[in-house]
Write a protein that binds this ligand. Structure first.
Ligand code: F6R
Length: 236
């Protein structure tokens, strides 16, 4: 594991974008796993700037996102599809047909999960997976549990996740209580993992996840077993 500590969030975002840009330069038709939330927003801004300058080309890139709220479609400005369009896809030269986010409005979420895993397999797996980390150690929306859940699946969000994400909604009651998330298998099978975490509030969970015991009660701790993980942490 490579652990990079930066002074500022800007520096974290710059380094994360450089790693993603390097992946795209080395393999222009790569598959990149993407995350939402506040942590990667600066990284996406940097990637947009690189693309506008002509330094990286997204025309052959495919993306697969980690998760989506159940019941929110892409036109809902709180959905993760909307977030991705707004924070990245609308501003770069990517083919939107090659950007994938689980469908939180699927009538059969179990079938949607199976189809999502099959899609990732058909794409040849994920070359680089970008992750944030929740205060309870979740990655994607793989919440603390008695087991690591392998497949893409529906999940009931933890109270702490609902509280943390309420800042994006008018009030806590509006935060969906369930989501669909990529499971631990597709994440662990990604060739490279890049996890970004910023803010003093994340310090303890980063410590637990990467230097504590490997347990499904801290889902990110499984990343200790991945052969190519880079963690970028900034206390700012
Ligand atoms: C979202 C996701 C989540 C977030 C995590 C941290 O797609 O995968 O695991 O990365 O909840 O969110 P922020 O960055 O808002 O602290």
């Amino acid at each position: 594991m490579k652990f990079i500590q930066t002074k500022t969030y800007a520096e974290l975002s710059h380094k994360a974008a450089d790693i993603i840009a390097a992946q795209i330069i080395l393999k222009p038709n790569c598959v990149i796993g993407l995350a939402t939330g506040s942590s990667p927003v600066g990284t996406y801004k940097e990637l947009i700037a690189y693309n506008k300058k002509g330094d990286i080309d997204f025309s052959d890139v495919t993306t697969v996102n980690l998760d989506e709220y159940v019941g929110l479609d892409g036109s809902n400005d709180q959905s993760y599809r909307y977030f991705m369009n707004d924070n990245l896809f609308n501003h770069i030269n990517i083919d939107k047909n090659c950007t994938h986010v689980p469908n939180g409005c699927a009538a059969d979420l179990a079938a949607e999960g199976e189809a999502y895993d099959a899609l990732i397999k058909d794409l040849g797996g994920i070359d680089l997976q970008l992750l944030g980390i929740g205060l309870d150690g979740h990655i994607g929306f793989n919440e603390p549990d008695d087991v690591f859940v392998k497949a893409t699946h529906e999940v009931v969000l933890d109270e702490s996740t609902i509280k943390a994400n309420a800042r994006f909604f008018a009030n806590e009651d509006e935060v969906p209580k369930t989501a669909i998330t990529m499971g631990m298998l597709s994440i662990m099978q990604a060739k490279k993992i890049l996890l970004v975490a910023n803010g003093k509030a994340k310090k303890d969970i980063v410590q637990k996840a990467f230097f504590g015991p490997i347990t499904p009660q801290v889902p990110a701790s499984l990343l200790q077993l991945h052969p190519d993980v880079t963690v970028i942490f900034s206390e700012e």
